[in-house]
Design a protein around this ligand. Structure first.
Ligand code: SAM
Ligand code: SF4
Length: 332
């Protein structure tokens, strides 16, 4: 039963929920985590039942798209059981997963079997040494094995996310795009955002979309995909190869913010509801839920949070305040 809408002062309606199932990760990507992260106490992490209940409330308010993320979601035991339940929630049209791919070799089939089809795998380089440099771990072979297994299972689309970092990504762009084209993966470049735990972000630290497009198009001519109402809320700007061999997406949150069309809200692994990736405050749903709050009370809290959503992030302004929590704690 629809209780209302998650609508803000600027008439944007939130229909897309990103749920973090853990803040723990088996990598330590330099643009995301620090080497010595303090993880949230397990007792404060949402159980699968709590996650399901909060998603159901969000769905009653119009959410119809859920992305499971983290931390690294595949380190959470039994993730396919949760995904199986989420897929079955009446009103949900789309469930997807963002993962670093390490666990896919073992878990892809189970995820496919419960009905998951859409998957994003983060991969910033195909070089073993550079993988270790960026993630501080040796795991490239596992990720590539995971991607192969996801392809074998039939996941479609398989998107590859690479963070576009100055001094790193320039040399990787063409190799990544070639790899994606060969395997029918869709490559996506995400401009490095100021959400890293080590505070290394700076205005000169991301590679803007324009530069990436120019680089790719020299080898594989690209053209923008005509925008349509279906793509209105997509964070990625899509380009297609002129030879018809696939697409590339650019998430240009810094150089070309897309806040005006934002339809996203987030739930952190410790049950805090966020109306924006860059929000500086959060609404603590889990504590209320554990105190016995009804679904109506939780719904009201979500509605109020969305009503207070800011017009947009201020990354490009002197007034920008970095959120206290980094990407892996928020849920990317
Ligand atoms: N561990 C999973 C993974 O890496 O795909 C899921 C969580 S991760 C936080 C989600 C996405 O956020 C990844 O694609 C990652 O590359 C991206 N990300 C992390 N830190 C970022 C940053 N500072 N700027 C832009 N993207 C970032
Ligand atoms: Fe882990 Fe993903 Fe953050 Fe990398 S981006 S440290 S894989 S949560």
């Amino acid at each position: 039963m629809r209780q209302g809408h998650l609508v803000d002062r600027f008439n944007r309606i939130a229909t897309n929920l990103r749920v973090s199932v853990t803040d723990i990760c088996n990598l330590r990507c330099t643009y995301c985590m620090s080497e010595d992260m303090q993880f949230i106490d397990e007792s404060k992490i949402m159980t699968f039942d709590e996650i399901e209940q909060l998603i159901r409330v969000a769905v009653s308010l119009g959410v119809d798209k859920v992305r499971i993320t983290g931390g690294e979601p595949l380190v959470r035991r039994g993730l396919s059981d949760l995904i199986s339940k989420v897929i079955k929630i009446d009103g949900i049209k789309d469930v997807s997963l963002t993962t670093n791919g390490i666990g896919l070799a073992k878990q892809a089939q189970a995820l496919y079997d419960v009905g998951l089809r859409r998957i994003n795998v983060s991969l910033d380089t195909l070089s073993k040494a550079k993988f270790q440099q960026i993630t501080r771990r040796e795991a490239l072979a596992k990720v590539l094995e995971g991607l192969e297994e996801a392809k074998r299972c039939g996941f479609d689309p398989i998107k590859i996310n690479a963070v576009a970092m100055r001094g790193f990504t320039e040399e990787e762009v063409v190799n990544l795009v070639s790899f994606a084209r060969e395997n029918s993966y869709e490559m996506r470049f995400i401009e490095f955002m100021p959400l890293d735990a080590d505070d290394i972000w700076g205005r000169n630290m991301f590679v803007p979309k324009k530069e990436l497009v120019d680089k790719i198009t020299k080898l594989y001519p690209l053209e923008p995909v005509k925008s349509s109402s279906k793509l209105k809320h997509e964070t990625a700007k899509h380009y297609q190869f002129k030879d018809g061999l696939g697409k590339v997406g650019f998430i240009s949150s810094v150089s070309e913010p897309f806040c005006d069309d934002c339809n996203r809200v987030r739930l952190t692994a410790d049950g805090k509801f966020r109306n924006c990736l860059f929000a500086t405050d959060e609404t603590d749903l889990l504590t209320e839920l554990r105190k016995g709050a009804s679904n109506e009370v939780i719904a009201k809290m979500m509605i109020e949070s969305v009503a207070n959503k800011e017009a947009g992030h201020l990354i490009n302004s002197v007034d920008f305040v970095k959120p206290e929590r980094n990407m892996s704690m928020i849920g990317g």
